[in-house]
Write a protein that binds this ligand. Structure first.
Ligand code: DX5
Ligand code: ZN
Length: 215
């Protein structure tokens, strides 16, 4: 079954606790937290103190997507804040292998993310160090952007993963229309911001994306 991870980037920033609880009650499998530093990406969101404040509201899994550079100096703060998984971008520095090891050494799950312009080969030597590969289907920084087709990359990474227990997550422009394209290529976890939070009910929106992803 396709897992759904709503991105609270599209939630009301004055009301995170209630909305986290509400999307979980509505069927979210994980809560996706987009950390942006106004340096690696041209937008600024929140850091470790906010992640710590979200922690008591998240009953599922707090999936923290770090769009920051450098990553390594912040790893202890996110561990202390209670993140379950840290996903770091392969483009964020020269030593992604070291970064992923440091995340695991801090007792968190590790993910590696790829921007649309980065080829699948970039993760080939990292697959034994991660629980998740995140294939971006927008250039990171903002919610509500149009989906960029990365299906060939997703299929290549699924083949590289083989029988390892590694998720492929897709993030950016996911809707009931785009979901089946990425799940057919091999993705099993869908991040959705606008399609969950903007209009309709959370339960209907999550169910519609999941149904489309499973089709
Ligand atoms: C983009 C973020 C995404 C974003 C997805 O930089 O990593 O998680 O919030 O938003 P939608 O689903 O609206 O494209
Ligand atoms: Zn994200």
């Amino acid at each position: 079954m396709t897992l759904i991870a709503p991105s609270i980037l599209s939630a009301d920033f004055a009301d995170f606790g209630r909305q986290i609880r509400a999307v979980e009650d509505a069927g979210a499998d994980w809560v996706h937290v987009d950390v942006m530093d106004n340096h690696f990406v041209p937008n600024l969101t929140f850091g470790p103190p906010a992640v710590k404040a979200f922690r008591p509201h998240v009953k599922t899994l707090m999936d923290v997507h770090l769009m920051i550079a450098p990553v390594d100096p912040s790893i202890p703060a996110y561990a202390e804040a209670g993140a379950d998984r840290l996903t770091a971008h392969v483009e964020a520095g020269p030593h992604i292998h070291r970064t992923l090891q440091a995340i695991r050494d801090a007792d968190m799950q590790a993910g590696v993310a790829l921007n649309p312009g980065t080829p699948a080969d970039a993760v080939e030597n990292l697959l034994d160090l991660v629980d998740l590969v995140l294939v971006m289907t927008v250039n990171p920084g903002f919610g509500g952007q149009s989906f960029i087709d990365m299906t060939a990359k997703i299929a290549r990474i699924r083949a590289m993963i083989g029988d390892r227990p590694v998720h492929i997550q897709v993030d950016g422009g996911i809707t009931p229309e785009t979901a089946p394209r990425v799940t057919r290529a091999g993705a099993d976890v869908l991040v959705a911001g606008s399609a969950v939070f903007k209009g309709g009910t959370y339960a209907d929106n999550i169910a519609a994306i999941r149904k489309a992803g499973d089709a």
